[in-house]
Design a protein around this ligand. Structure first.
Ligand SMILES: [Mg+2]
Length: 698
C-alpha cells in the first residue's frame, strides 16, 4: 500500500510521527524496565512476577541464585508449573520425594490461592520462605527469603529446649498461657506433657503470688534469692527460683522461663535453721535462739515493751547425772522442761541455754506474774521426779532481770539475771531473786579485785608474815604460823578472809599455796631448830591432788626437816569423803609432817575426825577464847577440848589471846600453847629477830 496523494502524503507523515512516538515510548519503557530490574536486583530477597497464566514475566538475580538448579529453565513466558514439574523430576525439592504429584498439587494450590506464607526445602539444604500475592491484573508477585539460618537457630533452640534437664516453659504474654513446656517442666509440675500446652500460667503459681508473677513474666529476671511458691498438678506446693528471658519465637513475643526446683533444698535449710535454733533433746529454743529473741525484742527500732528474763538453774542436777548416768539425767531434763513449759504463759519463750540451765523470756508480764511463775517453777522442780525406778530430788534457783527497768541492752540484761541467780544461789537455793543494782556494783568491785589479785600473784606482791606460837608454861616461842598478806596498792591491807576465797574461786589456790609453802619453808630453815613452822592449807589443795608434791618440793628445796613443818587443815578437808584426802593426810604424816586441826569448834567438830586421822595438834577457835570471860559455855567447851587433847596426846593451842588474864586462865586449865595479839601480830621474817639466832644455832 503506497501512494503520493496529499492525503497519503499526510498519512505518511502521520505514520512517521507515530512511529517516532512509538519508538520514544518503547525506549522510555525499556529505560523504566532497566531501572525496575536494577532496583529489584538490588533487593536481598528473591522477587518473581508471573502473569495471570502463571508464566514468568520478570525475576531478579537473587531469585535466580536461590533456584540456581532450575536457572536454565527460567525464560519469560515459561510456566512456573512446568519448571516446578521438571525440578521435581530432577530431585530439586527433597520434600516431594515419593509423593511428587501430591506435592506439586499442593504447591500449585498455594500459588493459585496466595496469601499464606510457607516454607520450601531445596536439595542444597537451604530453607526458603515463600510469600505470594495476586496483582491487580491477575498476575502474581512472589517473594523468596532464605531462612536457613533462622531455621537452624530455631532447631537448636528446640533441641536445647526439649532435651534440657532444667524445666523450661515458653509463656505467651498475650494469652497468659503456657505455649510450650519441655519434658522436665511437665515432670516437675506433674502434668502430662500434652496438658502443659495452653495451660493458664496462673495454675502454676500460688494464688497470692500471681500478681507478682505476672510482673516477673514480663521482664528479664535472674534473681537467685527470690523463692516462688508454685503449684503442682496434684495441688502440692513447690518452691522454685525462676529465671525469665523475653524473646520472639516464630514472630510472636514470648517469655522463656527456666525453673530451678529448690523445694528439697529449702526443706533442708528450714530443718537446719530449726536445728541451729533448738535444743535437740528437749526441742526447746537453744541459747542462740534465746539471744536472738532477746535482741529482737529489745531492738531500738521496736516499740519499747517490758521484757523479763528469768534464768533457771537446776540444783543438784550434776549429782544426779554423776550418780545415775546420762540417760537418767537426760530424761530428768526433759521432764523438768515439760513441767516448766506447763507453768509459763503462752507468750513466754522457754529456752535451754546450757546443760542444766534454762531461760524464760516473758513479754509484757507484770512483776507479780513473773513472781508467781518463778515460785511455781521452784515448787514444781522441787517435787520429786520419778525416772525409771528412781525417785530423784533436784530443785531450781532462779535469777530475774527485766527491761527496761534494769537495762534495755540484751547482753547486760542476761548478765544481770545471771548476777541475780548467783546471789540467789549464795543466799537461798530453791528460790528466786530479782536483780538489784547493788549486785552489779559488788560484781564489778569483785571483778576489779580479781584482776588486782591476779596481778599481785604474778608479780609476787603477796607476802608471808609469821605470828608466834607461845609455850604458855615458859613464854618461849615454839613456832610461827605462816600467814599470807596482801597489801593492795590503793585499798591497803586486804583480809585473807576476802582474798583466800577469791584465790579458791579463781583457781589460783594451788599457785598461792605453793608460794606460801616454798617461801615459809625457805625462811624457817634459818630459824633456831626448836622453832617450828605452821602453814595453812585449803581443802581445794587436797582436791586438786598436788598437795603432797608441793610439800615434798618445798621441803627438799629448803632443806627444812619435815618434823619442823606442821600443816593446819580445817574440817572441810575431812568432810570431802573419798579416799583421796584420807590417803594424802596419812602420807604427809608418814613423812613426819605434823597435822593440826584448825579452828576447832566452828564446824561439825566430830570426834570421829580426831580419832580417824593422825592429828598432832588441836587449835581451839578464837571465838571461844574471845568470849571466854563472858560465856560459861565457852569455858566449858575449852575445858572439854583441853581434856580431850590431853587424853589423845595432842598439843592444844588457843588462838586469839589478847589479855594476860585469859593467858593465865588457859594456862591453869592446862592449855599448852597460845597465839594472839598478846604475844605478837604476824610480821615479816626479817623482823622476827630469828635470823642470827638460827645461823648461830646451826
Ligand atoms: Mg590457822
Amino acid at each position: 500500500m503506497s501512494g503520493t496523494s496529499p492525503i497519503s502524503s499526510i498519512s505518511c507523515r502521520a505514520d512517521s510521527a507515530a512511529l517516532e512516538g512509538l519508538q520514544a515510548a518503547k525506549e522510555a519503557a525499556d529505560r523504566a524496565e532497566k531501572r525496575l530490574r536494577a532496583a529489584i536486583d538490588a533487593l536481598p530477597e528473591g522477587i518473581v512476577f508471573l502473569d495471570e497464566e502463571g508464566r514468568y514475566i520478570l525475576w531478579n538475580q537473587r531469585y535466580a541464585e536461590i533456584y540456581a538448579k532450575s536457572a536454565d529453565l527460567l525464560e519469560p513466558g515459561v510456566r512456573l508449573a512446568d519448571t516446578l514439574r521438571i525440578g521435581v523430576q530432577r530431585g530439586d525439592y527433597p520434600e516431594a520425594a515419593g509423593r511428587e504429584e501430591e506435592w506439586l498439587a499442593h504447591r500449585l494450590s498455594l500459588l493459585n490461592n496466595p496469601g499464606m506464607r510457607h516454607e520450601q526445602l531445596l536439595s542444597n539444604g537451604r530453607w526458603i520462605m515463600i510469600e505470594e500475592r495476586k496483582t491487580d491484573d491477575g498476575g502474581t508477585i512472589g517473594l523468596r527469603v532464605d531462612i536457613t539460618d533462622l531455621k537452624e537457630r530455631e532447631e537448636s533452640f528446640r533441641l536445647l529446649f526439649e532435651g534440657n534437664p532444667v524445666p523450661l516453659v515458653v509463656y505467651d504474654p498475650r494469652t497468659e498461657t503456657i505455649r510450650a513446656a519441655n519434658a522436665a517442666a511437665a515432670e516437675h509440675f506433674g502434668y502430662p506433657i500434652g496438658e502443659m500446652e495452653g495451660l493458664a500460667a496462673r495454675a502454676l503459681f500460688a494464688e497470692d503470688e500471681w500478681e507478682e508473677a505476672q510482673a516477673l513474666l514480663a521482664t528479664n529476671c535472674s534473681e537467685k534469692d527470690r523463692f516462688w511458691r508454685q503449684r503442682a498438678c496434684d495441688g502440692s506446693q513447690l518452691e522454685s527460683v525462676l529465671f525469665t528471658r523475653q524473646s520472639v519465637l516464630a514472630g510472636e513475643r514470648a517469655t522463656i522461663v527456666s525453673i530451678f526446683d529448690v523445694t528439697e533444698r529449702r526443706r533442708v535449710e528450714a530443718r537446719m535453721a530449726y536445728m541451729a535454733r533448738h535444743d535437740e533433746m528437749t526441742g526447746l529454743a537453744n541459747r542462740a535462739h534465746c539471744r536472738e529473741r532477746l535482741h529482737g525484742l529489745l531492738a531500738p527500732e521496736n516499740s519499747p515493751e517490758s521484757v523479763t528474763i528469768a534464768l533457771v538453774d537446776l540444783d543438784h542436777f550434776k549429782a544426779v547425772n554423776d550418780t545415775y548416768g546420762h540417760l537418767v539425767g537426760d530424761a530428768l531434763l526433759a521432764e523438768a522442761a515439760y513441767r516448766m513449759q506447763a507453768l509459763i504463759p503462752k507468750r513466754a519463750l522457754l529456752c535451754r541455754i546450757g546443760g542444766d540451765e534454762f531461760a524464760i523470756i516473758f513479754r509484757k508480764a507484770s512483776g507479780d506474774q513473773v513472781d508467781l511463775v518463778a515460785k511455781s517453777i521452784a515448787v514444781s522442780l522441787g517435787t520429786p521426779f520419778f525416772i525409771g525406778d528412781h525417785s530423784l530430788h533436784i530443785g531450781a534457783t532462779i535469777g530475774i532481770a527485766c527491761a527496761p527497768r534494769d537495762s534495755s541492752d540484751p547482753e547486760t540484761l542476761l548478765r544481770y539475771a545471771d548476777l541475780a541467780l548467783y546471789a540467789c544461789k549464795a543466799s537461798q537455793r530453791g528460790s528466786h531473786r530479782w536483780f538489784q543494782p547493788a549486785m552489779d556494783v559488788a560484781a564489778q568491785e569483785r571483778s576489779r579485785l580479781e584482776n588486782d589479785f591476779r596481778d599481785a600473784v604474778h608479780k609476787g606482791d603477796l607476802e608471808v608474815h609469821y605470828q608466834p606460837l607461845i609455850n604458855l608454861e615458859n613464854g618461849e616461842v615454839e613456832g610461827y604460823e605462816a600467814l599470807l598478806r596482801w597489801h593492795h596498792p590503793s585499798h591497803g591491807a586486804v583480809s585473807p578472809e576476802v582474798f583466800i576465797p577469791l584465790a579458791e574461786e579463781m583457781g589460783l589456790i594451788d599457785t598461792v599455796g605453793q608460794y606460801v609453802l616454798q617461801t615459809a619453808c625457805r625462811e624457817a630453815r634459818d630459824w633456831p631448830p626448836n622453832v617450828n613452822l605452821s602453814v595453812n592449807v585449803s581443802p581445794l589443795q587436797f582436791r586438786s591432788g598436788n598437795l603432797l608434791n608441793t610439800v615434798l618440793q618445798a621441803l627438799s628445796a629448803s632443806g627444812l626437816a619435815p618434823e619442823r613443818l606442821e600443816l593446819e587443815i580445817t574440817e572441810a578437808v575431812l568432810m570431802d569423803k573419798g579416799p583421796r584426802s584420807s590417803s594424802i593426810i596419812r602420807s604427809l604424816r608418814a613423812l613426819g609432817v605434823g597435822l593440826s586441826m584448825d579452828d576447832f569448834g566452828t564446824g561439825y567438830s566430830s570426834l570421829r575426825y580426831l580419832l580417824s586421822y593422825p592429828f598432832t595438834k588441836i587449835k581451839i577457835d578464837k571465838s571461844f577464847i574471845l568470849s571466854l570471860q563472858e560465856e560459861d559455855n565457852s569455858r566449858a567447851v575449852i575445858r572439854a577440848v583441853i581434856g580431850l587433847s590431853k587424853s589423845l596426846g595432842l598439843t592444844v593451842t588457843a588462838e586469839g589471846i589478847e589479855h594476860e588474864a585469859v593467858r593465865d586462865y588457859l594456862r591453869e586449865e592446862g592449855c599448852t600453847q597460845g597465839q594472839g595479839y598478846l604475844f605478837g601480830k604476824a610480821r615479816p621474817a626479817a623482823e622476827l629477830g630469828l635470823f642470827d639466832a638460827g645461823r648461830n644455832a646451826a
